[in-house]
Ligand binder design. Structure first.
Ligand code: SF4
Length: 427
């Protein structure tokens, strides 16, 4: 979401005559787009601000520093008090004010704009995207779910969806510009609803998939409670809707899910998983897991391990619980010790990695369609791309035969828990 928000912010700034620079030393303004979802993300921003403060001590012409996004929304004017380098603090629904506030900051007036909106979707702003293969596209903003541990409803406000037609138009435009993959984004993407036509997410994704068979469509993040049969049918029906569903479960224990206010049971979740697997046999499922939630017992933890074994996830984002001020869970005692949290998290990671390794090894010998993205980081003669199931695939690209945006068929020769390695086969 932040990646796409940065593109929206860049577009707003460009329209006011600003230009993006890759060189921080020549920047008149530095904007940090921030995340509050875990404490670690905020710590990194504070460290970055400290770095700028030290840097500016040696310079006469200081850049204006702005903090934008969720941390701005959460800490608002405190950020100005805590961090004297910061002049501008702008929350996710106030980006249109950026040029004006930077102007004011250049005359020494610091400013804060953090009002949340019920309607802002930046629908009329074409995000300033760099040319590429994949584009992110926010189709809705905010969240109404209020999971007990999560700051998003407080930093991003209530759910609101963009009109279906404007999304379809934007995707058509991206396809014409040569983008090959679109990821439809929302904090709770599958609760999307077009206010005018009342179309739900399954209708939207079907229309997007119809635009071109050569355009891959992905979506994230789905809430298990909003995973409709019609959406599962749409993923099964269209070859170009990628065969990957990220369905955060957070815990395998009903007791903990209730405390988290996730509003589903493990039985319900497993029912959806069964439907998905039976309708889309080649699907890759991924999830999010929190280890060491307040009051989590060894039995709750074991239930999470059991669930991971049962579902057989292709991948997972796994974190230890991090209390976030202002959330319902923050009022609870963070009573699982750090040591136990780390121990449980490591156990979850170890199990998940062994499952991913096992699942990936099943791809050995098969030929998979890969969308070529870029040279591999380790070896410029090797390139990487992704399968429809979102698995990173590396293959030799001597004589630069293939370019970003090509579809190639790769015969998988070797696998690890994170990557598939193979060779392109001409078909
Ligand atoms: S659904 Fe996701 S974004 Fe919304 S409150 Fe829950 S964890 Fe946060």
């Amino acid at each position: 979401m932040n990646f796409n928000d940065t593109e929206i912010v860049s577009s707003i700034m460009k329209d006011s005559g600003w230009e993006v620079t890759q060189n921080v030393d020549e920047a008149d303004a530095i904007l940090l787009n921030t995340c509050s979802v875990r404490e670690n993300a905020e710590t990194r921003i504070f460290n970055r601000l400290k770095h700028f403060e030290n840097k500016f001590k040696k310079r006469k012409d200081k850049s204006i520093v702005g903090v934008i996004g969720c941390m701005a929304e959460r800490l608002h004017e405190h950020l100005l008090n805590l961090q004297h380098t910061v002049s501008v603090v702008i929350g996710p629904d106030e980006y249109r004010k950026l040029p004006q506030m930077l102007e004011q900051a250049s005359s020494g007036n610091k400013g804060v704009a953090v009002k949340l909106s019920k309607v802002e979707t930046y629908d009329d702003i074409a995000p300033l995207r760099t040319e590429g293969v994949s584009a992110w596209l926010s189709i809705m903003r905010g969240c109404n779910n209020f999971c007990a541990y999560c700051v998003v409803p407080y930093t991003r406000g209530r759910e609101r969806s963009r009109p279906l037609l404007s999304i379809v138009q934007e995707v058509k435009g991206l396809h014409e510009k040569g983008f090959k993959e679109i990821t439809l984004l929302g904090q709770n993407v599958n609760s999307y609803k077009d206010e005018g036509s009342k179309a739900t997410f399954d209708a939207l994704i079907s229309e997007v998939a119809e635009i071109s068979k050569s355009l891959r469509v992905r979506f994230t993040t789905s809430h298990p409670r909003d995973m409709s049969d019609r959406l599962i049918e749409a993923v099964a029906k269209y070859d170009n809707i990628c065969k990957h569903i990220h369905l955060p479960v957070q815990s395998g224990s009903n007791r903990i899910l209730k405390k988290m206010n996730r509003r589903y049971t493990i039985e319900h979740y497993l029912g959806i998983i069964e439907k998905i697997k039976s309708s889309i046999p080649n699907i890759a499922l991924t999830t999010d897991i929190i280890a060491g939630y307040p009051d989590e017992t060894i039995e709750d933890h074991q239930a999470t391990l059991d669930l991971i074994k049962e579902v057989q996830y292709a991948g997972a984002f796994m974190f230890k619980y991090s209390p976030r001020e202002g959330t319902k869970a923050f009022a609870e005692e963070d009573n699982v010790t750090e040591e136990v949290k780390i121990e449980r998290l490591n156990e979850i990671i170890q199990l998940q990695n062994s499952i991913a390794k096992e699942l990936n090894s099943l791809d050995k010998g098969s030929t998979l369609e890969v969308l070529v993205e870029q040279p591999s980081k380790r070896n410029p003669n090797e390139w990487m791309g992704r399968t429809s199931t979102n698995k990173i695939t590396v293959f030799p690209n001597e004589h630069k035969k293939y370019s970003a945006g090509d579809y190639v068929n790769v015969k998988i020769k070797r696998t690890t828990s994170a990557t598939l390695y193979g060779e392109v086969v001409e078909q």
